[in-house]
Design a protein around this ligand. Sequence first.
Ligand code: HEC
Length: 140
Amino acid sequence: MLVRLAAVRRLIVVVGGVAVLAVAAGCGGEGTVKPLPETVVGKTPTRPAVVGNAAAGKQVFVSTGCGGCHTFKAAGTTGKIGPDLDKYLTGKPPAFVRESIVNPNAEIAKGYNANIMPATYGSDLSAKQLADLVAFLTQK
Ligand code: HEC
């Protein structure tokens, strides 16, 4: 009987320990607590690269209101508050265009002021929308 009790107690200690570990694992996590896989077979999963679609990007450009500030022929917009993207984006690599949208104050287009273009697109737009937008703005 005594032995059994000790075993039960040990079990409780072990279960308690696991619970504490689970809580600790949840701390600082993304909010959901998932059990960790014991073994990882093959490559560890990485986020798949999002491939942008220029046609979808045009919709994003128009619906997000970029055209209110930017002239861009392909979108049929004539905004004048920001630089004419037909002129400014010629020859610019996709990474630069993406950075200009997500973090507009990282580099200020010559002759224009900072803090006019909203700096919230990085969180307002999904990764897919951003990729689409960049594909649209950099298409030839
Ligand atoms: C309220 C006006 C406004 C809106 C809306 C706006 N922009 Fe801008 N944008 C600016 C201004 C002003 C600049 C120039 C200053 C700077 O570089 O931040 C700029 C700069 C840029 C640049 C960099 C150009 C260069 O050569 O450096 C890109 C690319 C750009 N905007 C794309 C977009 C896209 C795409 C959207 C929509 C998702 C958008 N902008 C919405 C005002 C705006």
